[in-house]
Structure formats: C-alpha cells, structure tokens
Design a protein around this ligand. Structure first.
Ligand SMILES: *Cc1c(COP(=O)(O)O)cnc(C)c1O
Length: 386
C-alpha cells in the first residue's frame, strides 16, 4: 500500500536521538528549549512552547487566552476534530464557519456574515481557530481585520503548515494571530513521533502555556505568593497538566527541522507533477492562492461527479483495492455523532458537505518516488472509467 503520508527518518535523526538517550536527561533537559528556539527563529516569532501533541497545544492556547464556560470558539468544519474539541475542553461552546469553495479554508466572507449575526444576538466568539488546510494559509489579513473589528482572539491551527508562507512571511510569524500551533505527528511535515508547538510574540501567553504544560507549578520566585520555604520549594499556582514533550522527541524534531525546506520543496515538485499528470481527468486539482506558498501537507482532488460514470465511494474503494492509501480529510465535524448530539445537523454547512462528497487525498510525502506517483495516477484513471 502506498500511504497518503509517511515520515522520513534519516541516520542523522537516529544519531540525534541516540545522543539524548546516552545523555543525562531524557526529559526536561536542554534540547527542548533548543528545539523551541529553533522553531521560533525559523518562523520569525519571539517565543515557542513545545508539548506532547498539537491537541495539547490547542487546549493550553485556549486556556491561556482565557476561554471558559459561556464563551464561544469558532473553527472550520473541515479539520481534524482536535481544532474544535479544544474549545469543549475549556467548557466553552463550539460553532463552525463554512469553507471557501476554492481553498477549502475558513471563508472570510462566511465568517463576516456570521459575526454580524452573532453581534446582533450577543453571542460573538472569544476565539476563532482558522486552520491552514493542506498547508495553505487562510486569508489571514482578512480574518485578522475581522478579529480587530469584532474583538476576538485568533489561534492559527497550522498543524499542516510548518514550512509554508503567507504574503512572503513564514506561517507562524505571529503577525496575524495570538498563537500559531504546529503538529509533529508522523504524517505531518516534520515529526517528533507525537508532539506539537505553539509560537507567539506574547511573553505573557508563553508563560501561561509553559506553566499549564507542567502542572501549573512554578519555581519562579516572582510568580509565587509569599516567600520561598527553601531551595526545594515550588508552588502550584494554577491547575495545570503534564503536557511535556521529551528530550528524545525534541532531538528528533530539531534534526528533522534541518530538512524542513527540502521536504516542502519536494512536496511542491510532486504536487506540480500531479497537476500535469492529472490535467486531462474530470477532477479539480488543489487551487493555490498567489499569496500563499503551501507546505503541501495534503494533495486533495475533487471528483467532477457529473463527468464520471461512477461514485465517489466506488473510486475511493477501487483505489484502496489497488494498493493506493488514499484518505479523506475530513469528515465535517458537525456531522460527527458527538457534535450532532449538541444540535448540529446535516445541511448546516453546505460547502463543507459538498466538499466531503467529492474529495480524495492522494498520497504525497517527501520520499515518494515518481514510479509510485505514476502508479497512483494510473490507478486513479482506471478507477474513474468503470
Ligand atoms: C493533526 C492535527 C491536529 C492534532 O495534532 P496532534 O499532534 O496529533 O495532536 C490538530 N489539527 C489539525 C488540523 C491536524 O491536522
């Protein structure tokens, strides 16, 4: 089976991990801050906080921004469930903004329309989470402008998008949002096995996320109430979690980061080659905004169902049977049973649902060969002329 995505682990990565295993610290040592600094520098942001997953980062980003019961968090229905669940973890309510039909990202026009309505009803969101779907940035200039107008906070879910650019600057540059979140799951652009990171220009948010990442416990005298009892002393000043990443993972991430630009370049080569090879088929290839340099995490095609004699499901099944590990990113979150139980219904976000009925993610990963790609293309051709 040719997978839709997979990690690339080199001898350098293995050496970096082995070095940590032989060192004094396998967790809470010097490599985590080094990894954080390297990602912050790469993005051109001041601060970074690494954690054991992007899901953890999303949770603490929401808490650091003060999300709580009675508040609203809005995101897109076409994302992994974690982008929405982070709001529920904080006791907030979650709602969605439909997608743009070309980029499949949160549509700024739909966002504005929903904000106008929410303002009239007195239920404006506290946080909006735009997701840079497939690695292509959302229209952050427009969304940022709305955040100032309607006074909400912004968390960019850039789980797909490290290594991408928007208007010439790295995604994660912190120009348009409060916090940007990256994931280092093995299918993503670079990996730490499990892991994630927040980048931000805000020192206060950095301190809050760092505190919550490790039980809400501090050894910093300036943050304690009263005086220290002695050199052993620490204080718990908030209810935090254990969301720490290990030294082993950070070493892997730091080593992977050296190849980030090469990975994204290779993904672009493969995407351009797909664009050419697929140009005669009745499908829509991923549209790219001129403002954006995508990290190209996913290569999503949409079937033109009017022009083929088979169904979306049949094409998908045939591809799987032929050893092509296609996938579907994503099942619209509002159609999940857990969200339907909160009152969402089929038909609530029609653009997202239309997308779901036509989309297929084709395999794309940096070590994919052209022969493998040809195999995917030929299987796709066969699957559609049934
Ligand atoms: C992968 C992913 C996450 C969750 O990342 P983990 O590191 O696995 O917790 C969140 N949002 C999006 C859009 C993702 O693709």
């Amino acid at each position: 089976m040719i997978p839709y995505g997979r990690q690339d682990i080199t001898q350098d990565d293995i050496n970096a991990v082995v070095d940590v295993l032989k060192s004094d610290f396998v967790t809470q040592g010097p490599v985590v801050p080094k990894f954080e600094q390297a990602v912050a520098d790469y993005c051109g942001s001041n601060y970074a906080v690494a954690m054991n997953s992007a899901t953890s980062v999303l949770h603490l980003a929401c808490l650091a921004l003060g999300l709580s019961k009675g508040d609203w968090l809005w995101t897109t229905p076409i994302t992994f469930v974690a982008s929405a669940n982070c709001g529920l973890y904080c006791g907030a309510r979650v709602d969605f903004v439909d997608i743009d039909s070309q980029t499949y990202n949160m549509c700024p026009k739909a966002l504005e329309a929903k904000l106008i309505k929410a303002k009239a009803e007195g239920r404006l969101p506290k946080i909006v989470v735009p997701v840079h779907f497939s690695g292509q940035s959302c229209d952050m200039a427009a969304i940022h402008k709305l955040s100032q107008q309607y006074n909400f906070k912004l968390i960019e879910d850039a789980s797909h998008a490290i290594g991408g650019k928007y208007c010439g600057e790295a995604i994660g540059c912190s120009r348009y949002s409060d916090i940007t979140v990256f994931s280092f799951h093995p299918v993503k652009i670079i990996t730490t096995a499990e892991g994630g990171m927040a980048v931000t220009n805000d020192k206060d948010l950095t301190d809050r996320m760092s505190l919550l990442r490790s039980h809400g416990v501090t050894r910093d005298l300036s943050r304690m109430t009263g005086k220290s009892d002695g050199p052993w002393y620490y204080q718990q000043i908030e209810l935090g979690f254990n969301y720490r990443i290990t030294e082993i993972q950070a070493a892997l991430g730091l080593s992977q980061l050296q190849r980030l630009d090469d990975y994204v370049r290779r993904r672009h080569e493969l995407a351009e080659r797909y664009n050419t090879l697929l140009s005669k088929l009745p499908i829509i290839v991923p549209w790219q905004s001129p403002n954006s340099y995508s990290a190209m995490h996913l290569y999503v095609i949409r079937l033109n169902l009017d022009k083929i004699n088979t169904t979306h499901r049949a094409v998908f099944e045939t591809l799987r049977q032929m050893g092509i590990g296609v996938n579907l990113h994503y099942i619209p979150i509002h159609t999940q049973p857990y969200y339907q139980a909160m009152g969402f219904e089929q038909g609530d976000f029609p653009e997202a649902e239309r997308y779901y009925n036509e989309a297929i993610s084709l395999p794309i990963f940096p070590t994919m060969t052209e022969q493998q790609q040809d195999q995917v293309v030929s299987a796709l051709e066969k699957s559609m002329c049934k």
